[in-house]
Design a protein around this ligand. Structure first.
Ligand code: FPP
Length: 252
């Protein structure tokens, strides 16, 4: 028997795809384990990140095929600046390279691009390329790819709180009207569907400051698979696991 979704908060209803199975509308992934994958093979870390970029391409294709609406990827956290300069530069280079190489494919696949996080920190060159890509893909609607770059969830929530406080101080917002919806509307994910499924690879079982607010009702899936080994099969298995879970949203 197919599991039925419980009554969901507004915007969180899993969709039934053409085959009638339940598909998470919004999936987020903490892509972890590139370094360990490289170390296991005696390769430099950058080789792990390169293989990780290939896993992004496979995952994106699988998400589009499954009928997922939004895929959010944690590509660079605000804590990642603590990494050696060389590795940061490798990651930036890879992002620019991937963008250039995949742009036509993203356009053809109907992918729209959105960024969350303070990506200005990546410098004017990469920012310009990222913004051009966003513009080029703006009219697409098959799948929204959200890339989190220099993102930290606590900062995002604090920024939203500050915006609300400023509006209240200016007299344009009644403090008593501030509710979950008002705060959610100031987050960088405003307008995206409610997060349904959060995946973390590499066996680590923590959120690492990723989408803390948005994950309130999300199903969590932690897999030992290292990110470079994640592919279409892994993604489809995660979607099947999601469909098999009974979602209760705090009810019975
Ligand atoms: C975590 O592995 C991975 C990252 C910090 C970067 C993720 C980046 C990519 C997959 C490359 C390209 C991204 C896009 C969107 C094209 P880790 O280095 O923390 O691995 P470890 O924990 O095994 O050391």
């Amino acid at each position: 028997m197919k599991p039925k979704p419980a009554a969901a908060p507004e915007g969180a209803n899993p969709l039934a795809n053409a085959g009638g199975s339940i598909v998470p509308r919004h999936v987020a992934i903490i892509m972890d384990g590139n370094g360990r994958w490289a170390a296991q093979r005696g390769l430099p870390r950058v080789a792990g990140h390169r293989a990780g970029a290939e896993a992004v391409r496979k995952t994106l294709r699988a998400a589009a095929e499954c009928g997922v609406d939004t895929l959010t990827l944690y590509a660079f956290s605000s804590e990642n600046w603590r990494r050696p300069e060389g590795e940061i530069s490798d990651l930036k280079g890879l992002l620019g390279y991937y963008l250039e190489r995949e742009l036509n494919l993203l356009a053809k696949e109907g992918v729209r691009l959105k960024l969350i996080g303070d990506y200005a920190a990546f410098g004017p060159d990469l920012v310009e390329r990222l913004e051009k890509a966003i513009e080029r893909l703006a009219e697409n609607s098959r799948l929204t790819l959200v890339v989190a770059l220099n993102y930290g969830s606590r900062t995002e929530i604090a920024d939203a709180a500050r915006t609300l406080a400023r509006k209240a101080k200016a007299g344009t917002l009644d403090p008593d009207s501030i509710d979950e919806g008002a705060l959610g509307a100031e987050l960088q994910t405003a307008g995206l569907p409610e997060l349904d499924l959060l995946i973390r690879t590499s066996g680590e079982v923590r959120l690492s400051n990723f989408l803390l607010w948005q994950a309130a009702y999300a199903e969590m899936l932690f897999t030992p698979v290292l990110w470079p080994d994640f592919d279409e099969t892994q993604f489809k298995a995660a979607v099947a696991e999601f469909a098999a879970r009974q979602r209760r949203f705090g009810g019975r």
